[in-house]
Design a protein around this ligand. Structure first.
Ligand code: ADP
Length: 306
């Protein structure tokens, strides 16, 4: 195979109680990417549609992740990349992670899968380092593995794949406001009380158990965040109203996607997820904020060929 076209999923990081460790992949929101083998060494980004992003290899996360890929293994050629960018950068649904993960997964397919998902995650993390100066894995891991993933540890990197209940749907609303990731990090507290920690890891354990057992009530009870949401939500206009109305419309839980400004809700079944979308539309409609909204099944495959 000389060329491959892939879907690169958007991802929701944190998922309420799993700040910096949990993430999930989406199915109907994502970029498309074409990757081609070249005789020439190195990575060349030949085309980017949809967004104004750098074509220079070292300034684009797909180029940086691709270079990390090429440093390993014995492939002597290079790759050309075309990106159809549908996820807006800075939306909080893993725009940069989709490009980093998409590049390394496509390259791996073209070479007959020499690398494991864990190794691909390590290469893609170099792209994340370019985007946000921290090589975090909470978006690239679900984009590569699919479904829900837990970053149990960074030293050494340990990614745990968590099964996805069949009827789990996400609703994601992206208000058209800008929040810099650096700002949304800066305002966080760096110390926790023991009491807050206990509530948070109780919920994280509950969420993971709920996903393993397809126990939707337990998933719903566990989708609480006592650490980040109370502080970050202040940056997102209408957050409390969106959440309250989403819960009244039947969502299992609702929180901030990544570092925001996108807000996600999880629901059992597509009908409920659409009702939640309707409630979110009405809420932002009445406040007068422009937005994009999506309903998606959880994507259990991660980056996939098109
Ligand atoms: P998100 O939270 O939606 O992933 P980030 O803020 O993490 O968005 O990443 C966006 C940053 O990464 C921007 O500064 C953008 O210019 C940079 N970037 C470089 N290459 C890409 C790419 N291929 N896709 C998206 N963002 C990229």
């Amino acid at each position: 195979m000389e060329e491959i076209k892939v879907f690169c999923p958007a991802t929701i990081a944190n998922v309420s109680c799993g700040f910096d460790v949990l993430g999930l992949a989406l199915d109907s929101i994502g970029d498309e990417m074409i990757v081609r083998k070249t005789d020439e060494k190195g990575i060349k980004i030949t085309k980017i549609l949809g967004q104004d992003l750098p074509l220079e290899t070292e300034k684009n996360v797909s180029g940086v992740a691709g270079l990390a890929f090429l440093e390993h293994g014995d492939y002597q050629g290079g790759f050309e990349i075309e990106i159809d960018k549908r996820i807006k950068p800075g939306s909080g649904i893993g725009s940069s992670a989709a490009s980093s993960a998409g590049a390394v997964c496509a390259m791996n397919e073209l070479l007959g899968r020499p690398f494991s998902n864990l190794e691909l995650t390590q290469f893609a993390m170099q792209g994340e380092k370019l985007a946000s100066s921290v090589a975090h894995a909470d978006n690239v891991a679900p984009a590569i593995y699919g479904g829900f993933t837990l970053v149990r540890s960074y030293e050494p990197l340990d990614i745990v794949s968590i099964p996805t209940p069949d009827e789990l749907f996400a609703t994601v609303i992206h208000p058209q406001i800008e929040i810099k990731t650096s700002d949304s990090r800066k305002i966080l507290k760096t110390k926790l009380t023991l009491e807050t920690g206990i509530r948070q890891w109780g919920n994280l354990g509950g969420l993971v158990a709920g996903l393993f057992q397809s126990d939707y009530d337990l998933i719903g009870r566990s989708l609480e965040d006592h650490v980040v949401e109370p502080i970050r939500s202040i940056l997102i206009p209408g957050f409390d109203a969106i959440k309250q109305n989403a819960m009244e419309a039947g969502a299992l839980g609702c929180g901030i996607s990544g570092s925001g400004p996108s807000i996600f809700a999880l629901s059992k079944g597509e009908t409920t997820a659409q009702k939640v979308a309707e409630s979110m539309r009405k809420t932002y409609g009445s406040i007068g904020i422009d937005f994009d909204i999506h309903v998606s099944k959880v994507n259990t495959q991660g980056v996939k060929p098109l």
